[in-house]
Ligand binder design. Structure first.
Ligand code: ZN
Length: 276
């Protein structure tokens, strides 16, 4: 893929695809928390008027309407523009980064899910069961995929031995989840839900399922460090106090992003420090 022309065309195609997916993610973010159907027509946040197609074109509508709704001239949330643009850029990045078609599709799904969790938790400080369940299902299927692709590569046959190994694998996935969510569960339990919410416990379990306990714990560690830093900055600039509630979900998403795309660099970094 050294020619410049297809390079740009592909990049633009995946940006447009990402932007369209981002537009759907905005719907999922708001409706999943409000427990509304995902399939109804889109309506104005302010006056509930049903929107027509030209008010729903990602990015363009927002810019064309100058950030105001056509029906009642109220301010449109920047969330729409930001989520659409970020998803578009993320899809382009994944397209260039992924080594196979399957990996690319898996990452499209996973990153979309992480964007929903990031914005949903930031905006509502709550995650719907629906989103958390999707993350669980996704992490499980991803590990199954890794297991089966390794199995097919070695051309092993379906025997009783395979079945036992499969059961052992599944129980190990659960163990991964439990190990990673244990510290979060303890904080949640000991602080009586003040420092961490139930959603954070589930999220960290899903992160353990997805990455395995080692990388899962590192994702958790990155989330705590980054969360502490942001908290400190907010306090120093007078935007938060010690008792201000800050959602932890976005930081867990940050840790997961880093482990998804920079896992090897993170391992090298820790190896350099601890010399193992
Ligand atoms: Zn309106």
């Amino acid at each position: 893929m050294t020619e410049t022309f297809p390079f740009f065309v592909h990049g633009f195609f995946y940006f447009a695809l990402g932007v369209s997916v981002g537009s759907l993610l905005n719907v999922v973010i708001d409706r999943s928390v409000r427990n509304e159907s995902l399939f109804g027509r889109s309506y104005c946040d302010h006056c509930r008027k049903v929107l027509s197609w030209f008010e729903l074109v990602p990015i363009f509508s927002f810019l064309f309407l100058k950030g105001k709704s056509r029906c009642c001239q109220k301010k449109l949330s920047f969330q729409y523009l930001i989520v659409e643009t970020v998803t578009g850029l993320a899809f382009v990045f994944i397209y260039f980064w992924a080594k196979s078609l399957v990996q690319m599709l898996v990452l499209f799904g996973l990153v979309s899910l992480l964007i929903v969790i990031f914005v949903g938790d930031l905006k509502y400080q709550a995650l719907s069961d629906y989103v958390i369940f999707s993350f669980f299902a996704f992490s499980f299927s991803y590990r199954f995929y890794l297991f089966f692709s390794e199995f097919w590569e070695r051309e092993l046959n379906l025997s009783a031995d395979f079945f036992l190994r499969f059961l052992a694998e599944v129980s190990l996935y659960f163990l991964d989840g439990l190990i990673v969510c244990l510290p979060i569960f303890l904080i949640y339990f000991l602080s009586k839900e003040r420092a961490m919410g139930q959603g954070d416990v589930y999220l960290s379990f899903a992160i353990g399922l997805l990455f395995g306990w080692r990388s899962g714990l590192i994702a958790l560690y990155l989330a705590v460090v980054f969360g502490g830093l942001v908290g400190l900055i907010l306090m120093l600039t007078g935007r938060a106090r010690l008792k201000t509630k800050i959602a932890f979900g976005p930081f867990l998403v940050f840790g997961s992003f880093v482990m998804l795309f920079f896992q090897e660099k993170v391992y090298d970094f820790f190896k350099g420090i601890y010399q193992f």
